[in-house]
Design a protein around this ligand. Structure first.
Ligand SMILES: Nc1ncnc2c1ncn2[C@@H]1O[C@H](COP(=O)(O)OP(=O)(O)OP(=O)(O)O)[C@@H](O)[C@H]1O
Ligand SMILES: [Mg+2]
Length: 451
């Protein structure tokens, strides 16, 4: 049962005494009981609100309880119905169960039994709702591994271990493919919340008009099309962790609602006045520079300070090339169907070390997966690398050898200009931009070197 859930119960029974008794016995802080004395009144109440549990007398003066049960189940399948039967009417109770009733109680019933059946029915309602929601959102139980021996990876591992057991929000930054997801998963699995869900939501995929309802949920009738109340991601993450990826994509108007949630730990479902408590740990990730976004007026400054208490920055792979051999080994073992494992020649490793990896570890992983497929007799050769990479590697090697041969500056400049031109497929404006010179200077140099 979700801890912040309150239960709405409907009793449909023509006996005043039964309605009063149930109302008196069940009503408390988290159970609200409404009552109806006929099928008609019951149905009309049922259609106005979202009930969790209905206690239904099978013999009503104005209609057949079984028929009513069909109606209730069809209109709100998440709601559980408990049948109230008279003594000796077990047969109708059994046929009601066949039609989808959750259980039945026989009059006169003990109050303990009543409470037990109602609470159990509610537990099932919560579970069904949670399962339905979980199907819609990404939930992960994968065990993350962060490979690397560079100083920055060591520092990140240390920070994760320090920050994981706290409830502090963490902002994870770094280029695409650097491992932000893994860091978020590690924080969750090393936290005290590890037995609860880690809910991952990419803010870029939130529908602008529906962000608040996706995050906080909504009540029936909150807007056109809201036929049933629905919990938001906050409820799913209750007790656990909510990882909001690409937080820089969250529109400004939703940012203030998020700030309120972070500060007060309370939220409201759309269309509802009642405040609810959120016991959720927040993680954020972005590949944008949020301080720049704040300056540009696209990101709420207060929210930025609130989420930027602990920042974990993951440097791009090209700045920690000492991690490449370990990562290669790891991915080879992951993709290997071959035993003994694949062999990688020294010059292939050199190619991998020289490459600039714009897609970071994700790209490296894909390159290794591809190489394993193309390998012949367990050997990974140049043909197994994407052509572009093999070529760039070669040129880089050429540039490296030029430098180690201690050549005149002019020769190196000429070779380097050629290398940049090749890398940008001959586009001279782009080449000039990469080289940090004007197009005019580039043309002059090309002429000078007879290129
Ligand atoms: N240090 C690492 N050790 C092992 N695998 C890694 C490491 N870093 C990244 N990976 C793997 O690389 C891929 C990309 O990583 P991840 O999804 O965490 O990147 P990201 O920073 O979240 O990227 P994006 O900004 O595109 O969401 C994943 O398959 C992940 O498992
Ligand atoms: Mg990611």
């Amino acid at each position: 049962m979700t801890p912040n859930s309150s239960m709405l119960i409907l009793v449909i029974d023509d006996e005043d005494y039964i309605r009063l008794l149930i109302k008196k016995e069940l009503s408390n802080n988290y159970r609200t009981v409404l009552a109806a004395s006929s099928a008609k009144e019951g149905l009309s109440l049922f259609n106005k609100k979202t009930f969790d549990v209905v206690l239904l007398d099978i013999r009503l003066p104005d209609g057949d309880g079984i028929e009513l049960l069909d109606n209730l189940r069809a209109s709100q399948p998440d709601c559980e119905v408990i049948i109230i039967t008279g003594h000796g009417d077990i047969e109708s109770a059994v046929s009601a169960m066949k039609k989808g009733a959750y259980d039945y109680i026989t009059k006169p019933f003990s109050l303990e039994r009543l409470e037990l059946v109602v609470d159990k029915a509610f537990q099932r309602v919560c579970l069904q709702r949670e399962n339905r929601l979980l199907k819609q959102f990404q939930v992960s139980n994968k065990q993350p591994i962060l490979i690397g021996k560079s100083e920055s990876i060591k520092q990140i591992k240390y920070l994760i271990q320090k920050v994981a057991p706290t409830d502090a929000p963490v902002l994870i930054t770094g280029e695409s493919g650097t491992g932000k997801d893994i860091v978020a998963r590690l924080i969750h699995t090393q936290s005290l919340r590890k037995d609860k869900h880690l809910i991952i939501k990419n803010c870029a995929t939130l529908q602008k008009e529906l962000i608040r309802s996706e995050l906080f949920g909504y009540i029936k009738g909150a807007y056109t099309g809201a036929m049933q109340s629905q919990d938001g991601l906050i409820v799913l993450a209750q007790g656990g962790t909510l990882f909001l990826d690409e937080i820089g994509e969250l529109p400004l108007d939703s940012q203030s609602a998020l700030l309120r949630l972070l500060e007060n730990k309370t939220y409201r479902r759309v269309g509802e006045k009642q405040e609810r408590y959120a016991d959720v740990r927040f993680l954020f990730a972005t590949n944008k520079d949020l301080s720049e976004e704040v300056k540009a007026g696209r990101f709420n400054e207060a929210l930025y300070h609130r989420i930027n208490v602990i920042k974990i920055y993951i440097p791009p792979l090209r700045e920690r090339i000492e991690d490449i051999p370990l990562l290669v080994e790891y991915f080879l073992s992951q993709f290997s169907t071959h035993n003994p494992s694949f062999i990688l020649s020294e010059d292939i490793m050199q190619h991998l070390l020289n490459y600039h990896w714009p897609g970071n570890i994700r790209e490296l992983r894909n390159v290794i997966e591809r190489a394993v497929i193309l390998a012949e007799n367990g050997k990974i050769t140049e043909h197994c690398l994407p052509t572009e990479m093999a070529e760039k590697g070669k040129i880089n090697l050429k540039v490296n050898s030029l430098i180690s041969n201690l050549l005149p500056l002019q020769t190196i400049e000429k070779q380097y200009i050629l290398h940049v031109l090749e890398s940008v497929s001959g586009n001279r404006s782009k080449a000039a931009e990469v080289l940090g010179i004007s197009r005019k200077t580039l043309y002059r140099k090309l002429k000078e070197y007879l290129l």
